[in-house]
Design a protein around this ligand. Structure first.
Ligand code: AMP
Ligand code: MG
Length: 334
């Protein structure tokens, strides 16, 4: 662990500068949450719409108490079960939290990340750290420090590099302000995990006529540059459909990227296949997803035909959610 970089990062945060840092989910772009001017720079650096709130990162309960107004018993139980970890909880905010952090909402999303560098940085800074993912808005989240540098370059004052992240998908977000917990974004803490601790959890879906519960839900996200078509169905049927479409597109001189799994990759050698690992290893697929989406950009493909994740159980739900967002709802059922 690079103690010197952590100490420098903590000093930068206190000075109102931006620091990109590793967490177990993805790299974050942090600023002192008390400093509205510093937080404003996050939105500028990312090109992030101002109505998309940030998650406030803490690494001790005393700081949490300065940020949230109160903690309902169910939220307390989730913290005990999953913190530090990939779970963000939406709670009533204290007045002192600047409006820019929460996009004007009277709630704040909070998380205690499970990463030694993130924890040391936040503790040494002695402030809560507002941090979205450290990518340009709309791009896949960074799972390597190089992704942060490629997206944000000079806009970030320091990037602390700790290699590849462990999980690779953003945290689970749960709204704890109502009578029943609401899953706003699936992640590595699964709906099954949550239910074991707090009972039924409802799921928010974004429909244009409904009020947006989680502002981030309305944006196209995680997208590579080329349009991505997500194929859903029985595995061998999906592979056949991808092969058929790829041949058609290649005959029109399109460079075709294929997102697939190890078991099927060899069938696509005439095109540009990238694998998410073994078909039945969701943790592997999660860790690789954003890196592979970014690789398609480097390979300059014109179109991506992606094989959907086969199961929505456990981590599969989060994976499929990100694939659907990367597809911008270009879904092909076969
Ligand atoms: P990012 O860190 O870039 O993944 O973005 C954080 C996401 O957390 C936002 O896009 C929202 O979906 C969600 N979020 C943060 N704060 C709140 C809040 N107060 N209420 C609901 N959702 C939130
Ligand atoms: Mg993000």
């Amino acid at each position: 662990m690079n103690q010197r970089q952590i100490a420098l990062g903590a000093e930068y945060l206190r000075q109102g500068r931006l620091v990109a840092f590793p967490t177990e989910t993805v790299y974050g772009l942090g600023a002192n949450a008390w400093d509205a001017a510093a937080v404003r720079q996050i939105f500028a650096a990312k090109g992030r719409p101002a109505d998309n709130p940030l998650i406030v990162h803490i690494a001790d309960y005393a700081t949490l108490d300065q940020v949230v107004d109160h903690i309902p018993p169910a939220a307390c139980a989730l913290m005990q079960a999953f913190w530090p970890g990939p779970l963000s909880l939406v709670l009533p905010k204290k007045k002192q939290v600047p409006a820019i952090v929460t996009a004007g909402l009277d709630t704040v999303a909070v998380r205690w990340p499970n990463h030694p560098v993130a924890e040391a940085l936040i503790r040494q800074a002695q402030v809560p750290v507002a941090a979205p993912s450290a990518n340009r808005s709309g791009r896949p989240s960074p799972t390597l420090a190089q992704h942060v540098a490629a997206d944000l370059g000079e806009a970030v004052d320091l990037i602390i590099d700790a290699g590849m992240v462990a999980i690779g998908l953003e945290s689970t977000v749960v709204d704890m302000t109502g009578s029943e917990p609401i899953l706003l974004r699936p992640g590595a803490v699964t709906i099954e995990d949550l239910t074991k601790i707090v009972g039924p959890v409802s799921r928010a879906g974004y429909a244009p006529e409904q009020p947006v519960r989680s502002p981030g839900m309305k944006y196209a996200h995680y997208a590579p540059q080329a349009p991505l078509y997500l194929y859903l169905g029985e595995p061998s049927t999906v592979v056949q459909a991808q092969l058929g479409k790829a041949a058609e597109l290649a005959s029109q001189n399109q460079r075709v990227g294929i997102l697939t799994y190890d078991q099927f990759a060899a069938k696509f050698s005439a095109y540009t296949p990238l694998s998410l690992g073994q078909y039945d290893e969701p943790a592997q697929a999660a860790q690789k997803l954003y890196q592979q989406l970014r690789r398609f950009d480097e390979l300059n493909v014109d179109v991506i035909l992606a094989h959907g994740y086969p199961s929505e159980a456990g981590l599969g739900l989060a994976l499929q959610n990100r694939l659907i967002k990367a597809a911008g709802f270009r879904l092909v059922w076969v």
